[in-house]
Design a protein around this ligand. Structure first.
Ligand code: NAG
Ligand code: NAG
Length: 311
């Protein structure tokens, strides 16, 4: 072949490879092998795990002995069909996750809306990790897909207060409320509901580990520095994260994470509602709750988005 022909053919050849590559990469996307949002989602997951790992390290939260705390084991639910565990953090979409686990386990023979709120919380329809001997607990955690979900710590706190102390639920609106009143009220028999201020005084006056699961710091509930969570979901991206969890564990394609709500007429706790409640606190109380939830902020990369107000 003469050199001139070669010089003419070479660029065409290279261009051909380029076109072929372009065509092929489009085909892959069309076929759904590498949908872009999954890659982005995986990047976000990796960032979340890296942040968590470095904060665990920096703050000496990694234990030397690997024994699983029994309180933590009782927060974790196990679903064997899809080899999946879910650590329950109340106020972070957990009722709907428990409904989903039940549906997965029962093989789609039930509808999420058929499962009553109280039913999913009170009965033993789904199994806790604490129900198994220690050896099996460890085996499940080592081989299953472990998932936990978090939420902005102060939004979660306000949500817990609204849910447990403003509604009638005997244990909270009587037993817990009376305990709070006994500690912070002059006239003990006053029937007024516990205020958000009194509630915050209460939770910042007792040891964090003794707090009720609805307001106990998330890192104490699920111990993410010592249990490897494959997926770190967030309430802020609940729809997307849940969809990806279901995909990762190989759930049936027709299963959707439900969006059922307990008090259907009420607004979900959002940033505006949270701010409304935070405004009722003194700066000293704000400092105390920042301290109480400090690790949750750092480990799960939440910023104090109400900072403007705090200054
Ligand atoms: C932390 O959160 C912010 C959004 O609040 C996000 O832009 C950033 O990428 C996150 N960083 C990591 C390491 O996850
Ligand atoms: C609370 O009880 C005291 C006596 O025990 C009574 O004098 C007072 O009026 C009561 N207050 C209210 C708000 O019921």
């Amino acid at each position: 072949m003469n050199p001139k022909t070669l010089i003419f053919l070479l660029p065409n050849f290279i261009f051909g490879i380029f076109l072929f590559g372009l065509f092929f990469s489009r085909q892959k996307n069309l076929l759904g092998f590498f949908p872009d949002h999954t890659e982005d989602w995986l990047t976000v997951q990796r960032d979340r795990r890296n942040t968590l790992a470095s904060v665990c390290q920096k703050n000496n939260l990694i234990k030397l002995e690997s024994k699983l705390d029994s309180h933590v084991a009782s927060q974790i639910f196990v679903e064997h069909k899809h080899k999946f565990t879910y650590c329950e953090v109340p106020k972070v979409g957990c009722s709907n996750w428990k409904r989903t686990i039940f549906i997965l386990q029962e093989g789609l023979n039930v509808e999420a809306s058929e499962i009553q709120h109280d039913h999913i919380h009170r009965t033993s329809l789904i199994k806790r990790l604490s129900a198994y001997p220690p050896g099996e607990q460890e085996e499940f955690l080592n081989s299953y897909t472990n998932v936990m979900f978090t939420r902005h710590p102060l939004e979660r706190l306000v949500s817990a207060y609204r849910d447990k102390l403003l509604h009638f639920e005997p244990y909270y609106s009587a037993t817990v409320a009376n305990r709070i009143k006994a500690m912070f009220r002059k006239s003990k028999n006053s029937t007024e509901k516990v205020s958000f201020q009194e509630f915050v005084s209460f939770i910042t006056a007792v040891p964090p580990n003794s707090l009720d699961i609805h307001w106990k710091p998330m890192f104490l509930l699920c111990d993410p520095c010592n249990i490897h969570y494959d997926i770190l979901g967030k309430y802020e991206t609940l729809g997307l994260d849940s969809e990806q969890v279901l995909k990762a564990i190989g759930a049936p394609g027709s299963l959707r994470y439900p969006s059922l709500k307990r008090y259907s007429s009420e607004k979900r706790t959002n940033g505006d509602i949270t701010l409304e409640y935070l405004r009722q606190l003194s700066s000293e109380q704000i400092e105390k709750i920042k301290k109480l939830y400090q690790m949750d902020f750092l480990l799960f990369n939440y910023t104090l988005k109400y900072e403007d107000y705090f200054l």
